[in-house]
Design a protein around this ligand. Structure first.
Ligand code: UT7
Length: 319
């Protein structure tokens, strides 16, 4: 049996930091409200010159270094993003060129904040098929570009960044199980309902969200899908060393951990200093905890995402 295993992680945050106080200067909001309702204190914002593929390139190089693989070893690139550089070509193809890799399969996955979980589960299946041996799986976003900076209900929540893992074929797992779900009936709860049409934008190019509905939905499905992934692996909640949820809101993370019956010290939390970086949030959080020496080889991880679509999913893996 072939399994896949995370061999290295990397991440990148653009240097510019935006604090809550920066919003309070322009909008009717406050540092206290944002911290209390979301747990967020600051987020990183990409320079105008930086696109998702640039953030992805930095994160990927670090992941490849950590995994001790070179360009010729990579035979699959999957980028999860909702803020691609262009309509096409895919950000994965642009990343491939920036990394100096040629020939391997490269494509994007669009599952919004669940994107990295979808990408990891997809790469796992490609590797299990035996046709691919070494995948670069990336979440990269410049959400600052799709925010209405006058909408206090959304613009304070998001940030930019990228995270990456190298996933290699292995005789031992690695990834034990993955569960992916979607329900398009909830498309209107979180969307950027715009389109490029004959040189014009039709609809809206800005993120829209019914925040309190998303909140309730997220807590419900993160609990359900986490349990499903554990059952699929023949594991229980006692077999989780770290819960790595999509970093949307500290209150969502607290409520999810409580429902799952996990103590706060097992929950990876980076939303306070990253904000919500959509598909990048899970690999960014993973890499931060790995580099801090908190997540160690052999630790059992439950990765969980939820986002627009609606989409949600979980991966249970031994690091
Ligand atoms: O990645 C997945 C996507 N996103 C999420 O997971 C986000 C999920 N939702 C949330 O995190 C929360 O719903 C929010 C943080 C967005 C909002 O918190 P809430 O406790 O659900 O507040 P609310 O939307 O029910 O709004 C409460 C009040 C409203 O004022 P009124 O109508 O009661 O007068 C809002 O206008 O808070 C107001 N409000 C703000 N006030 C100060 C909304 N945003 C702000 C703000 N500063 N930035």
């Amino acid at each position: 049996m072939i399994y896949s295993r995370i061999a290295g992680t990397g991440s990148y945050l653009p240097p510019k930091v935006m604090k809550n106080e920066d919003f309070a200067k322009r909008l009717e909001t406050s540092d206290a409200w944002i911290r209390e309702r979301t747990g967020i204190a600051q987020r990183h914002i990409a320079e105008e010159s930086q696109a998702s593929s640039d953030l992805a390139m930095h994160a990927s190089r670090l992941a490849m270094q950590a995994a001790q693989v070179n360009e010729a070893d990579i035979d699959l690139i999957i980028v999860a993003t909702s803020t691609p550089d262009f309509v096409f070509p895919s950000t994965a193809c642009l990343l491939q060129a920036k990394l100096g890799i040629t020939g391997c399969a490269a494509f994007d996955i669009q599952a919004v904040c669940t994107g990295f979980v979808y990408a990891l589960a997809t790469a796992d299946k490609f590797i299990k098929s035996g046709q691919h041996k070494c995948a670069l799986v990336v979440g990269a976003e410049v959400f600052s570009r799709i925010l209405d900076w006058n909408d206090r209900g959304t613009c304070v929540l998001f940030g930019d960044g990228a995270g990456a893992v190298v996933l290699r074929a292995s005789e031992t797992p690695g990834i034990h199980s993955s569960v992916l779900r979607a329900d398009g009936r909830h498309a209107g709860m979180l969307s950027v309902p715009g389109n490029v049409n004959r040189g014009q934008i039709t609809g809206s190019p800005f993120l829209q969200m019914i925040g309190n509905q998303v909140f309730k939905f997220a807590v419900k499905v993160l609990d359900e899908v986490g349990r499903e992934a554990l059952v699929a692996a023949g594991a229980g909640i006692g077999d989780v060393d770290w819960l790595i949820p999509h970093q949307a809101n500290s209150r969502i993370l607290d409520a999810t951990a409580r429902k799952l019956g996990l103590p706060p010290e097992k929950v990876v939390m980076t939303v306070d200093h990253h904000g919500n970086t959509s598909a990048a949030s899970i690999p960014l959080a993973l890499d931060e905890y790995v580099r801090a020496g908190k997540i160690l080889a052999g630790h059992r991880l439950l990765l969980e995402g939820v986002g627009g679509g609606f989409t949600w999913g979980a991966v249970y893996a031994t690091f």
